[in-house]
Design a protein. Structure first.
Length: 568
């Protein structure tokens, strides 16, 4: 009888606001008795009644606040108040604490039993907030799925998850007075954060302490997103835990430190994290870079090269000597482009050596050297050693100075294939950067084979992208050619449960040029970057802007995103 009374109250509120007609309300009331499911779930399964309309109407009728769970970050939900049994029983989700009051999201404001039971089990006073039934069910499903994947572990079996000897860590922490029994939840929480980052495709994790707050952010598809705000009182413990995992000195909090963590996801799959700590005013900031070796195994077809660009790169890789330069800002995908090339070249017949700072991805069959300037192992010294080790292919992580450039060019001129990177904005600027370093023009002209300038743009989500109409005058202003206008189909981001703000994944935008005889002559004659860029255009090579517009015209990314990454 109690359930029927609640159903009647809900129907009356919906009928009063014309969400449900009086005639339909009678039909629903009679039909619902034969159904074995929650009333509101039964209602929203009727496609004629919108879940959002129901939620906003009930919020007004019962005087309760309304929450949009589509934009709510479930990682903010404190672990200690999650009770899977109660959540599923009442379709009620505890959201956050404010003082001693626990705010609970429900779609049914008449279910007071749920609030009383949650209050009894948690010890907190409860406050109701209304959520729409569809979003609430989806949110609960995702949360419990994530919990089953990441949180169902204890301190004693954390070793199986992270590949770290927890007991040894505990002894080390206790030896300097850091560890105690209260740290066990920190182990679980940190492991959950790392797994969430991997699952969401993050490239970097930022753990940031401030005077009155502590936040955790993930860089997803090149953009930082806040994912959690743990209590600021946990800042020191979380930093200590991460430092122990990375085998750093947790007693030293005054200077930056660098380390690595290997996270074993299974017997065959592991992920490496590069860890950097930095003392700030309010504690140690920790930044972790996810180093996933599978990114080097994607294959060149997955990187986004146009057919002509791919062919130029493949032809250069097939040459026995010469220099391939990849250029772009930090985070533009240079490393993946180089490793993809190395993976193609990595055969039994070739001796490949790399000098990197740091070594980001481990490649079986490649001799990788970690630069250590304190010990005297620099790029020039590593390159000199390579040339005494019968190399076929050499990769230099970055050409930073004249000495490194001269040795790399010498190697390219004496029968070796050399791959390296520079930090410049375009292919033409790469050539002038080498000249400005002091490399003789004839060495640049005779050794450099191709230059790849690149950026990474966010890829539009295929599930939710929507067509976008832009006036032709604006398209011409943006850089499209008149003959392209009839074929252009532009799309814009929307956002859904499968993506982040309408984007999912990234795609490369490239400028790939081969050094022709004419370009070589320009270099020899001291031409500037504008002259070289103009010659590349005459030879039919797309610059970064043109390549980006092509990606937008194909619906791979948005014009807005192309403007962001090409600085238009």
């Amino acid at each position: 009888m109690k359930g029927l009374h609640q159903q009647s109250s809900l129907l009356s509120a919906l009928a009063k606001h014309n969400i449900v007609s009086t005639e339909k309300a009678g039909k629903i009331s009679a039909d619902f008795i034969r159904q074995n499911k929650p009333f509101l779930r039964y209602l929203v399964e009727d496609k004629e009644i919108n879940a959002k309309d129901i939620a906003s109407t009930l919020a007004r009728s019962f005087g309760c606040p309304l929450i949009d769970l589509d934009s709510f970050d479930t990682s903010l939900i404190p672990d200690g108040i999650r009770n899977e049994k109660l959540i599923l029983k009442h379709n009620a989700l505890p959201l956050y604490l404010r003082g001693k009051v626990l705010f609970v999201a429900m779609s049914d404001p008449t279910n007071l039993d749920a609030l009383e039971e949650i209050q009894f089990n948690t010890g907190y006073a409860t406050e109701l907030v209304i959520a729409n039934e569809t979003a609430l069910s989806l949110c609960i499903e995702k949360l419990l799925e994530a919990d089953s994947d990441a949180l169902d572990i204890s301190d004693s079996d954390a070793k199986a998850l992270s590949g770290i000897d927890v007991q040894a860590e505990r002894k080390e922490e206790e030896s300097i007075g850091v560890g105690d029994k209260e740290d066990a939840p920190i182990v679980v929480y940190i492991n959950k954060i790392l797994l969430d980052a991997i699952r969401k495709g993050a490239s970097d994790l930022h753990f940031e302490p401030y005077e009155k707050s502590y936040r955790i952010r993930f860089r997803i598809d090149g953009i930082l997103n806040e994912v959690a705000r743990p209590p600021v009182s946990l800042a020191a413990r979380m930093a200590a835990r991460l430092k122990v995992m990375a085998k750093l000195d947790i007693a030293e909090r005054r200077v930056p430190q660098d380390g690595r963590i290997k996270l074993a996801l299974s017997k065959k799959k592991s992920i490496d994290f590069r860890v950097s700590t930095l003392p700030t005013m309010w504690g140690e900031k920790v930044v972790m870079r996810i180093l996933d070796s599978s990114s080097a195994m994607l294959g060149i077809d997955m990187l986004g090269y146009a057919p002509k660009q791919k062919q130029i790169y493949m032809d250069a890789l097939a040459q026995p000597q010469g220099m391939i330069l990849v250029t772009g800002p930090t985070g533009s995908g240079k490393t993946v482009s180089l490793y993809t090339g190395l993976n193609i070249l990595n055969t039994e017949e070739r001796n490949i050596s790399t000098a990197e700072d740091p070594v980001e991805i481990n490649l079986e069959g490649v001799n990788q050297v970690q630069i250590n300037t304190r010990a005297g192992l620099t790029f020039p010294s590593a390159l000199r050693s390579f040339l005494r080790q019968d190399p076929d292919i050499v990769m230099v992580g970055e050409i930073r100075d004249l000495e490194t450039a001269e040795i790399a060019i010498k190697a390219a001129q004496t029968g070796h294939l050399v791959l390296s990177t520079l930090h410049t904005n375009s292919a033409a600027e790469t050539l002038t950067r080498l000249l400005n370093m002091g490399v003789p023009s004839y060495n640049v002209a005779s050794s450099v084979t191709i230059i790849i300038a690149q950026r990474l743009a966010r890829r539009l989500c295929t599930q939710c992208k929507a067509a976008e109409h832009i006036p032709e005058t604006e398209l011409l202003t943006q850089g499209f050619l008149p003959e392209q206008l009839s074929e252009i189909k532009l799309f814009k981001p929307v956002g859904c449960d499968y993506c982040t703000a309408g984007y999912k994944g990234r795609v490369g935008i490239y400028e790939v040029i081969k050094i022709s005889d004419i370009t070589a002559n320009l270099i020899m004659n001291g031409a500037n970057s504008l002259d070289i860029a103009a010659q590349c255009q005459r030879e039919g090579y797309n610059n970064l802007r043109q390549s980006g517009l092509e990606k937008a015209a194909l619906g791979v990314t948005s014009l807005e995103e192309v403007n962001r990454v090409t600085n238009a």
